[in-house]
Design a protein. Sequence first.
Length: 394
Amino acid sequence: MNNTLRIFFCALLVSSCTANDPVIGLTDKVFEIAKIQYSAMDSCLTERQNPCIADKEGRLRTAGQGWWGSGFFPGSLWYVYEYTADTGFRDLAWKHTDRLSVLIDGKTDHDIGFQIHCSYGNALRLTRDSSAILPTYIAAAQKLGRRFSPVTGTIKSWDNLRGRWTYPVIIDNMMNLELLTNAARICGIDSLASIAVSHASTTMKNHFRKDYTTWHLVDYDPATGAVISKETVQGYSDDSAWARGQAWALYGYTMMYRETGIEDFFEQAVKVADMLLDKLPEDGIPYWDFNAPGAPEGFSSSDCPPVRDASAGAIMASAFIELNMLTGKKAYLEMARTQLLTLGSDEYLAKPGENGFFLLKHSVGSYPEGRDIDVAISYADYYFLEALVRYSRL
């Protein structure tokens, strides 16, 4: 069955499942809170500041436009506009999106996909003002494409190698391929789509273990394309399953199937999804690493306590919803529903005026580096809102 027919028939299967669904009521509540929180957050920001995290005391920490996650706040604002049709949030989203145009002439890495697609990409999807968006969007895609090596078959993730790597590629990079495929479709630049397919295919070959968990980082020899090492940066160990990395994999291959119709990507997404269904706790929100101490499959050591990662749960929920639309497998939608209801509970969802004006509490940036542990993080909000919008369309 081709991609279009699969989506159509699966949409029919799930359309009857959302009547009287508590997630629908939750969605209205979350977006009302988002309007309050983000209006207050905007008033705290200067022209050069983007919301990054809020610590456990609710203190907001910001970063400049060059921060890898600078596209998430404007993207969240676009989702608020999409769901509520509040034109004030359309204007607010434009304001924060436009501030990222400076990235085109600055030093960036693979994260320009996150920065520009989440902001300008949503602007392009929701408005008709392509003349104000396309030049920046296409320039960003071409800039990302120039990081591709035909020798490795991949896009180089980082330039700051920390003295450890030669040509590092991280699983996060899968998320940035949508910038390439979308730009290729809009402007007919086939080479950008080919780069995305090559990167996804090579990553599928080298990043995954036999159980379909993924390493965080694979280092390549840029002269030969050979794999030098497979390891982690933000996970518990080189042999563990870092939760957000598994989320990037699920989302990335689901997205790449939607964008290309390549069956290998569809099969990979399904295998990763089924692996996650077996590993996720009952409430759907993973520990920061599936093998970390305190997690259900954790190691015996006790050098770090169990901490959940709401951001990984939100990313997975968004991907599970889309994959359900492609497969009709109810278990994916049930898991997404569980994750969204957990994230919408008092344990995770902030009250207005709290949490540095973010929505979600209890995310983890990089545990091994001692950075952003059990805090609010902007990308958790972004994928939570995206998941709720996707769910509302079922």
